[in-house]
Design a protein around this ligand. Sequence first.
Ligand code: FES
Length: 175
Amino acid sequence: MAECDKLAESGRRFFLSRGAVAAVGAAAVAGAIPASEAEAAPAPARITYPVARVANVGELKPNEPVPISYPDPDSPGVVMKLGTRVAGGVGPDGDIVAFSTMCPHKGFPLFFRADDRSLNCPGHYSRFDCEKGGLQIWGQATANLAQFRLAIAANGDISAIGVDELIYGRISNVL
Ligand code: FES
């Protein structure tokens, strides 16, 4: 038993000595970074989105997506009336939403399924829930679908005013 205690004690000393060396090393590295470099870190990106009319309430029928582009012509999407009030939905029934139709995995064009109000990828079968802000239901994508934020005017005009999540293939939603 005494032998066992010695082994445990030597192991404890080894651990503590190595830990002390690591702590001193980390402190030296942290102290070596000049304050000017730390202050040179880039500020978070700020994006100004365009406001673009994409449809009018009177043009939309439940579960019939209308093709749009936002925030520029190279970014296809759809605006749709779901027929059920959803979080983030606009319009008199709170059910109008818009999404990018480029799959966040590899950019395949998505198609709409009215039976469960999802956007679906023919490439590798990812699926996104239009009633839940583009939440990924299943598949190989590693991000939710980019949703276009909407605003509605008194005359029923629907405008896209921003984007949640990154549009496929971009390092910034506004190029
Ligand atoms: Fe859509 Fe791969 S491109 S899942």
